[in-house]
Design a binder for this molecule. Structure first.
Ligand code: CUA
Length: 189
């Protein structure tokens, strides 16, 4: 029969159609794969906090590790910079008043033991979330002496409105004097 002859025009058309369909399926497959990759990358990035993720067990913050109460507040580092460690919980920040020296490299490190809170320092571009389980670390530098309010800006429950702290920027020499014999400095006491 003529249709079984591979060199006949109908058989050639059949083969061409089959090859074409195979390429069409392959190209649709590639498009679907790329779409899935893009979706995965987007969702993965959107659901992950900060690039360099540091974790802290929210149930054990008060027991051991970086965020035990005696370790909260401002600490002078050997390189002259200052690290301020804080906790935001329903419905307050600890320490309630953070003190930092003027014109000094400062790093805020904070987390939450319960729900998500906001960490915003008015008059600066510092604005992040405290997420239970994760450490939020932010670099800062204050070039003027003064006070900044720190209202919680993520709704965290009935006491949200009253949840705030403040950052007091003081003279460098005064800060060093305040530090003196103590390991951690705050302006609460
Ligand atoms: Cu904490 Cu709102």
């Amino acid at each position: 029969m003529a249709s079984q002859d591979a060199s006949s025009p109908t058989a050639e058309a059949d083969i061409a159609e089959r090859v074409e369909r195979r390429w069409a399926i392959l190209s649709v497959g590639i498009i679907v794969l790329l779409a899935l990759l893009a979706a995965f990358a987007g969702i993965h990035q959107a659901t992950m906090p900060q690039g360099r993720v540091e974790t802290a067990n929210p149930a054990k913050l008060h027991l051991d590790g970086e965020f035990v109460e005696s370790n909260l507040g401002s600490a002078l580092e050997p390189d002259g910079s200052v690290i301020v460690r804080a906790i935001g919980q329903q419905y307050s920040f600890t320490p309630q008043c953070m003190v930092v020296p003027v014109s000094t490299q400062v790093t805020f490190r904070a987390t939450s033991p319960d729900v998500i809170h906001g960490f915003l320092i008015q008059g600066t571009n510092i604005n992040t979330m405290l997420v239970p389980g994760y450490v939020s670390a932010l670099p800062a530098r204050f070039d003027k002496i003064g006070e900044h309010l720190m209202p919680c800006q993520e709704f965290c429950g009935v006491g949200h409105e009253g949840m705030w702290a403040k950052v007091k920027v003081i003279d460098k020499a005064e800060f060093l004097k305040l530090g003196g014999d103590r390991r951690r400095v705050t302006c609460v006491d």
